[in-house]
Design a protein around this ligand. Structure first.
Ligand SMILES: [Fe+2]
Length: 265
């Protein structure tokens, strides 16, 4: 599995608070079958001022060294990214080079206020799309407007944005409205990515197995594979993300395909 959303960098936001905690999170990830993590500190002006530059580079460097010093680097690759915040200055921050995309690709992880106006958020997403960015919307199932009516999210998908569920929403950690919305989005095949959005080693951990099992059982093994493995691997290569169904276009007749050929990773 690949985790594209994780607050494992210590001391920079409300995620990991220490070196020891980051090590515990890395161990949980590796033991639960995660091979790659994109470390995504919050970048919220005035709250978590994490912007591209020396300070943030140093924080990523400390995490990478911690993982290497403890012999985990062969099992767990760490990539750099951030969870950008949507507000009036997002476009300026992009143009000033202050935002980090996911692992240096065109995909930008972006969140908004839980009570944000969906049209305002949509306007920012559209402007990002016009600049060649492929927004990955962090935990859409937790936004109030989406819980009231997921149609706005489908407009964002039409625009070329990807929806990234939090694994904890699927298992019910964020309450029934988030869970119901997550399951609805899965049911209509609108979800392309999932992430742990882990903040610690005890309650919001990097272990996504429960959510993966639930999706495999309630929907399909292929769907779970698509959002936990295939699309994140494609994202790391800056390739277009697939929807459920895309993967087998024109390929269904050949029963001897390898998984790799089937998915086109
Ligand atoms: Fe997050």
């Amino acid at each position: 599995m690949i985790d594209i959303h994780c607050h494992i960098v210590y001391g920079v936001d409300d995620g990991s608070y220490s070196k020891a905690e980051s090590l515990r999170m890395a161990q949980i990830a590796a033991h639960s079958g995660v091979t790659d993590i994109i470390a995504t500190p919050h970048s919220i002006p005035g709250m978590f001022d994490n912007f591209a530059g020396e300070e943030l580079d140093a924080a990523f460097g400390r995490l990478e060294k911690l993982i290497a010093d403890n012999g985990l680097d062969e099992r767990l690759r760490v990539h750099r990214g951030m969870e950008a915040f949507a507000n009036d200055d997002t476009l300026d921050r992009l143009e000033n080079g202050q935002l980090l995309t996911l692992a240096g690709t065109d995909h930008l992880l972006i969140e908004c206020e839980f009570g944000e106006d969906p049209e305002y958020f949509g306007g920012i997403l559209l402007r990002l799309r016009r600049r060649g960015i492929r927004p990955v919307i962090a935990h859409p199932e937790r936004y109030y407007f989406a819980q009231d009516d997921p149609k706005f999210l489908l407009d964002y998908v039409d625009m070329g944005c990807a929806l990234q569920l939090d694994s904890g929403s699927v298992t019910g950690m964020f309450g029934h409205r988030s869970r119901r919305t997550a399951l609805e989005l899965l049911d209509i095949g609108a979800v392309q990515l999932i992430g742990s959005d882990a903040h610690d080693s005890e309650s919001r951990t990097p272990d996504m197995r429960e959510a993966a099992d639930l999706i495999a059982n309630e929907f399909s093994h292929r769907y779970a594979e698509l959002i936990f493995d295939v699309n994140p691997a494609r994202l790391l290569k800056n390739r277009r993300l697939l929807f459920p169904g895309d993967e087998s276009e024109g390929k269904r007749r050949d029963p001897f395909m390898t998984d790799e050929e089937f998915w086109g990773v």
